[in-house]
Design a protein around this ligand. Structure first.
Ligand code: AMP
Ligand code: ZN
Length: 112
């Protein structure tokens, strides 16, 4: 499949790995918007939040526990951070493999 993040998972495109287990992969965003900007993706190709099905419930729960683990590892848990998943055109999603941005390391604003 011609998917950038599937290629990152299988190593065809290099990435800076932060965390990996059987179900999820996390790596540094190539164009960080804050001191910490990590992307976490399921290894299963799901195009966006709208492609999640009931059979993915455990996977999505697992991914959120991995976010928690990464937040602690990156020392984001005390000061806080943001988890973002852009979806579709208005959400300005550019890569159509489900991903969650983990952004932190500075005070974030809320300005859309
Ligand atoms: P989105 O715009 O929400 O779909 O997010 C896609 C993200 O992928 C952007 O923040 C990009 O900077 C990031 N990105 C694109 N190509 C790469 C890459 N090769 N390695 C790491 N991050 C990437
Ligand atoms: Zn993919």
């Amino acid at each position: 499949m011609d998917c950038l993040f599937c290629k990152i998972i299988n190593g065809d495109i290099p990435s800076k790995k932060v965390y990996e287990d059987d179900h999820v992969y996390a790596f540094h965003d190539i164009s960080p918007m804050a001191p910490v900007h990590i992307l976490i993706i399921p290894k299963k190709h799901i195009p966006s939040v709208m492609g999640i099905t009931a059979e993915d419930k455990d996977l999505i729960g697992h991914l959120h526990l991995a976010i928690q683990h990464i937040a602690k590892e990156m020392n984001l848990d005390e000061e806080g951070f943001r988890v973002i998943t852009n979806t579709g055109k208005n959400g300005q999603q550019t890569v159509f493999h489900l991903h969650y941005h983990i952004v932190g390391g500075r005070q974030l604003e809320w300005n859309m």
